[in-house]
Design a protein around this ligand. Structure first.
Ligand code: B3K
Ligand code: ZN
Length: 865
């Protein structure tokens, strides 16, 4: 059976207000899988009990299932008691308590949607969140139905490793020569946390002793060729386990914790109870085959999935409108873990940059939605930056308002009170309200209102009275109707410094802005003050403030808040780009030029090289488009290039000095310190390449690099700034040495964004590369995702838009989730000038006229009339 497609005319909408509890309890579920690539037999045996009177029908969900038999208390159900409509199967007139037995057959090999049970390089694996379990058997596929799962897996010798959730129970040879392995998970869970793996896998073991002295068996399973790339994930896992005990008092609960790496995966990883399944790119790393960035991403994702064991699994979501309950909280937890483990300032700068460039874009576009949405057509479309990143910012604000100690009391109360339950966002906030005595009713608007609020800040300084007044006014998000917006409760952290010396005039203070307008008065301010506002981005808002260059320069030089220091120089870059848009030949502002020279001459003035590297990196296109819309993306690209060139010239020979000073000698270490130094060295090398010939240097780096970070930097910089022969040579050498899929993906994405060569034809060529496959999401993201999101020059053309639309349509037939993500760049037409808008809309309309999956239909129809 192929994936069911929805007719354009009839989208069904699920609404939060329609939520009803499930009238039955499923006390236990026993599943038996007889694995077969094309005909896997699934037998479900469940104990069902009515918990609400008057409900006679049992509603189950199923999709693409071949129904073999359905029995109630051993008797086959007559056809007239079964009603199947779309993905719902109703069994009418069931008894109060009964034994349900269902047999279905599924075809994992034909499952290219990668939801439910599917094959990846011959390995059986599952992905059930959000609604994949219904592709395995008929079941109430909703997170508020929690049950005890026992899983029996039967397979021939071709798949010797057979895994599922919980603890292992038995492993035996059957008389017919097949093996049968049984797993039992003692913790009640919703079916979205179910997982199964069957394959010929290699394993690496380790162990962790918990705070109560229990020894946990840790295992990472991978394809045998990948066994030399699991150590970093295992170390990261142990660090995360220790951190969750220390910071949240949360201990692991099963005897065993397993991670499995798979090549075909729709997203990063999945927190299935006791059996996390990972996209191989988010778990495999060693010095030769992963960049610093990949190491840091792996550490964060391993931690994120592990943290879900409490924030998501032990306490789960009542319905999918509460998705941010687990995702926002868990992203907040993983970002704090990364901040504690590495550099807090750098982590926060990176998170703020990501939030502004990606989530703010989403929040002002056609798919904007609240952190707690009120309706959806396809839940897979709601695994968004708003649910994850803005959700995490909202939790961070609660942390800011309460302080670490009270926040911990609140989280203890939440976890203890709701252990084993499926709850709502309100229950989380209630726990925080209860321990602090705070009223969070106004704060809840952060969960309910879509869009990014704006905060206007005006400063008045009266020299005579030595009084500083900071006027604050909150303004509605640009997408919301003025009258529907109600004021938010906005934590505003500020500090005041002396513009000349950087001395602190008013120490950091937290102000809570709850009205539309407010003003803060500071007495005794005699020197020329500069206000550092919304420090650390204390709320996910857009700041509107007319800041003079001299004030921004002072902040960039002196602010002791890493984010605001970085933000100040970013705004200076923005001003410069704006100026280049109007006057291409304009000079770089002298004070910005001086600032940059001072920073690179004395990098120690910024405590962390990684922070300086971030400060020397220009704002991303998305940020510029947001600030300067409606825009011509090609003109912005040119202006940004001009600024880059000017900065390079301003630094001149100092770039080489900085590069040499920052190079890291000795064996590769993915430590925060070494990563920071390498990052700054590479940034310097990039600028250097704009002012002098670096062919020799780059060839030398490539030949002698002890790690992929440096080798990759050499290739990437060669591709944009070396002579043509060196550029081609390094591209060839990089792909020749790309043994792993992850290095292949780096090559594909770099080729797909390379301004000099990545035309639309080149992108097509990359999709015909022998190692490219439309069925592998990582390959698709590396070529088409990189092209649409990062190759402005080729994508923002009629041919570029058409290529993306054609690719999305092609993918939609195999993997709707990937198609509906890939289409997003086209949906951002609102920020561009009309010529671009019309071309982008034309492609969306062309798509809308086709028979699309439910996933893609929802996104396309929301983006164009
Ligand atoms: N919970 C999963 C995401 C599942 C996405 C389903 N379409 C990974 C995570 O956030 O940890
Ligand atoms: Zn998550």
């Amino acid at each position: 059976m192929t994936d069911s497609r929805t007719m354009n005319s009839a989208p069904s909408i699920t609404r939060l207000v329609d939520y009803e509890a499930f009238p039955f309890a499923i006390d236990s579920v026993d599943l038996t899988f007889a694995l077969d690539p094309t005909r896997t037999r699934v037998t479900q045996s469940s104990v069902v009990r009515r918990i609400m009177k008057g409900q006679h029908a049992l509603e189950l969900n199923g999709k693409n299932l071949n129904r073999i038999s359905i029995k109630v208390d051993g008797a086959e159900i007559e056809a007239d008691r079964l009603v199947e409509i779309d993905e719902t199967l109703m069994i009418r007139q069931v008894p109060d308590e009964f034994h349900l037995e269902i047999e279905t057959e599924i075809n994992p090999e034909a499952n290219t949607a990668l939801e439910g049970l599917y094959l990846s390089n011959g390995m059986f694996c599952t992905q059930c969140e959000a609604e994949g379990f219904r592709r395995i058997t008929y079941y109430p596929d909703r997170p508020d139905v929690m049950s005890i799962f026992t899983t029996r897996i039967i397979s021939d010798a071709s798949h010797p490793v057979l895994l599922s959730n919980g603890n292992p129970v038995s492993d035996q040879l059957l008389p017919d020569g097949r093996r049968e392995v049984v797993w039992r998970d003692p913790f009640p869970k919703p079916c979205y946390l179910f997982a199964l793996v069957g394959g010929d896998l290699a394993v690496k073991h380790d162990e962790f002793v918990t705070m109560s002295g229990r020894c946990i068996d840790l295992r990472i399973y991978v394809e045998p060729k990948d066994l030399d790339r699991v150590d970093y994930a295992l170390q990261s896992l142990k660090r995360a386990m220790a951190w969750d005990e220390r910071v949240y008092g949360r201990e692991y609960d099963l005897d065993i914790f397993m991670i499995v790496a798979v090549s075909h995966f729709n997203m990063g990883a999945m927190e299935n109870k006791g059996l996390n399944i990972f996209n191989s790119s988010c778990v495999l790393a060693n010095a030769a085959a992963a960049t610093d960035q990949a190491f840091q991403r792996i550490e964060a994702i391993v931690a994120h999935e592990y943290f879900h064991n409490w924030s998501g699994n032990r306490v789960t979501c009542r319905d999918w409108f509460q998705l941010s309950l687990k995702e926002g909280l868990t992203v907040f937890r993983d970002s704090e873990f990364s901040a504690d483990t590495n550099s807090r300032a750098v982590k926060r700068i990176q998170d703020v940059n990501f939030l502004r460039s990606a989530q703010f874009t989403e929040d002002s576009g056609p798919t904007a939605h609240p952190v707690q949405p009120s309706e959806y057509q396809e839940i897979s479309n709601f695994y968004t930056l708003t649910i994850y990143e803005k959700g995490a910012e909202v939790v961070r604000m609660i942390h800011t308002l309460l302080g670490a100690e009270l926040f911990r009391k609140g989280s203890d109360l939440y976890f203890d009170r709701h252990d084993g339950q499926a709850v709502t966002i309100n229950e989380f906030v209630d726990a925080m309200g209860e321990v602090s005595g705070r009223d969070f009713s106004q704060f809840m608007r952060w969960y309910q209102q879509p869009g990014t609020p704006r905060v206007r800040v005006d400063i008045e300084h009266d020299q005579n009275t030595e009084t500083l007044t900071i006027q604050l006014a909150q303004k509605s998000p640009v997408i919301a109707r003025e009258d529907s917006h109600k004021p938010y409760a906005i934590p505003v952290r500020y500090q005041v410094i002396d513009q000349q010396t950087g001395d602190v005039l008013v120490p950091e203070t937290l102000f809570e802005l709850t009205e539309e307008v407010a003003s803060i008065t500071c007495a005794g301010v005699s020197a020329r003050p500069v206000v550092s506002i919304l420090r650390g981005l204390s709320a996910p808002v857009k700041l509107e403030m007319d800041r003079q260059t001299s004030d921004l320069v002072a902040l960039a030089r002196f602010d002791d808040d890493g984010v605001n220091r970085w933000d100040a120089i970013q705004e200076l870059y923005m001003h410069a780009i704006q100026e280049f848009l109007e006057t291409p030949e304009a000079n770089l502002d002298a004070s910005l030029q001086q600032l940059i020279c001072d920073l690179i001459r004395d990098p120690s003035s910024i405590s962390d090289p990684a922070c300086l590297s971030e400060m020397l990196t220009l704002p991303q296109d998305n940020i510029l488009w947001d600030a300067l819309q409606p825009t011509d993306p090609q003109k912005i690209l040119e202006a940004r290039k001009r600024l880059r060139q000017r900065i390079a010239l301003a630094g001149s020979s100092m770039w080489r000095t900085l590069f040499e000073a920052m190079r890291v000698a000795g064996p590769y270490q993915p430590s925060a310190d070494a990563i920071g130094r390498r990052s700054l060295a590479i940034t310097a090398l990039g600028y250097m390449a704009k002012v002098e010939s670096i062919d020799h240097l780059i060839l030398d780096i490539e030949a002698n690099a002890s790690n992929l970070t440096e080798r990759y930097a050499a290739y990437r910089i060669a591709r944009s700034d070396a002579s043509e022969s060196v550029s081609l040579e390094l591209s060839q050498r990089f792909i020749d040495r790309a043994e792993t899929d992850e290095v292949l993906d780096l090559w594909l994405s770099t080729e797909a964004v390379n301004e000099n060569t990545a035309t639309v034809d080149r992108i097509k060529e990359l999709t015909s590369h022998p190692r490219f496959a439309w069925t592998n999401p990582n390959r698709v993201r590396s070529v088409l995702g990189a092209f649409a999101n990062r190759n402005v020059k080729a994508f923002h053309t009629p041919d570029g838009y058409r290529l993306l639309a054609d690719s999305v349509l092609k993918l939609d037939a195999m993997n709707p989730q990937i198609a509906s993500r890939l289409v997003m760049p086209l949906c951002q037409w609102g920020r561009f000038e009309s010529t671009f808008q019309e071309q982008m809309k034309a492609e969306l309309r062309r798509m809308a006229a086709k028979d699309l999956s439910k996933d893609l239909y929802e996104i396309v129809s929301k983006s164009v009339d």
